[in-house]
Design a protein around this ligand. Structure first.
Ligand code: NAD
Length: 280
């Protein structure tokens, strides 16, 4: 039976440590602040945004939310971003996705100052990750690396397979593992014989958004399995990952649960990134 990678516990520890850091910043007269922009009222986004505001509150980071009407024009969104870029009191800016289809997400992300891009999605920060330079790393991959390190799981020289190639998870995950000297394969919807590839992996990171897609025959004995997926199980209505935990946990050496694995780490690393702004 696999050892559970307890993201919830590690995230709590990270938040506790950050609280001390934030307290000492405040003693120096520095008051960290995160600004979150949400356009429209996507129900999942509301939950994510609430979790982020709670984490800020717990750590002592000031939090300001901007709820924009779903019919706003691109110009208004860019004006708000510009305003926040110029505000001295704001250290981090986060644009909650998804945003309505008529708005250009790439243009909006590009408008955020790279120094305040705590999500690590700006082309400059993605470029720094490609070059293995110091910048903001997007929170989910950053949290996964931190979790692997916490459990002393070796990355260097390992065969790692990332399933999913999104800009926010799959691609930065691939780069983060490469920067830790893993041999990385990245798979996606056009990949042929996925299970033949994943069967050779020492580390599997799955971020596809299909409940319980990864079965035991995808996984070799002793592999480390990281489940990024957050899906609603069509049968039970419960939150479930991309990995069939019941089957795969019998074969893997380490596995993340859903919930309680990658999700809390993502939020913790967002907090790390906000505090990092004040140490850059
Ligand atoms: P996305 O939809 O942008 O990308 C999904 C990727 O998976 C695509 O690149 C696609 O090619 C690939 N894919 C889909 N089906 C596949 C299949 N059958 N075989 C191989 N590849 C396949 O999604 P995303 O934003 O990267 O998110 C993925 C999942 O992770 C979602 O469930 C999302 O809710 C979750 N998520 C969780 C966190 C967290 O903090 N835990 C953060 C971000 C996303």
């Amino acid at each position: 039976m696999a050892i559970i990678l307890d993201g919830k516990a590690l995230a709590k520890k990270i938040r506790e440590n950050l609280k001390y850091e934030v307290d000492s910043l405040k003693e120096k007269g520095i008051y960290p602040k995160l600004a979150v922009i949400m356009v429209g009222d996507d129900s999942s986004s509301k939950i994510y945004v609430r979790n982020k505001s709670r984490a800020c509150e717990e750590i002592g980071i000031a939090y300001e939310e901007f709820l924009l009407d779903e019919n706003i024009e691109m110009k208004e969104l860019l004006e708000l971003i510009d305003n926040l870029n110029n505000r001295e009191d704001v250290g981090g800016i986060l644009l909650q996705s998804p945003i309505p289809k008529h708005l250009d997400i790439n243009e909006a992300i590009k408008a955020i100052s790279p120094e305040k891009d705590v999500d690590g999605f700006h082309p400059i920060n993605i470029g720094k990750l490609v070059l293995n330079q110091n910048g903001y790393i997007s929170c989910t991959p950053y949290g996964i690396i931190r979790l692997l390190e916490e459990y002393n799981i070796e990355i260097e020289g390992k065969n790692a397979v990332v399933i999913g190639r999104s800009n926010i998870v799959g691609k930065p995950m691939m780069l983060s593992l490469l920067n830790k000297n893993a041999t990385v394969t990245i798979c996606h919807t056009k990949t042929k014989n996925l299970s033949e590839i994943t069967k050779n992996a020492d580390i599997i990171v799955c971020a596809i958004g299909h409940p319980k897609y990864i079965k035991d025959y995808f996984v070799k004995d002793g592999a480390v399995v990281i489940d990024v997926g957050i899906n609603r199980d069509p049968e039970t209505g419960k939150i479930t990952g991309d990995v069939d935990f019941e089957e795969v946990s019998k074969k893997a050496s380490y596995i993340t649960p859903v919930p309680g694995g990658v999700g809390p780490m993502t939020i913790a690393m967002l907090m790390v990134n906000v505090v990092k702004h004040y140490n850059m």
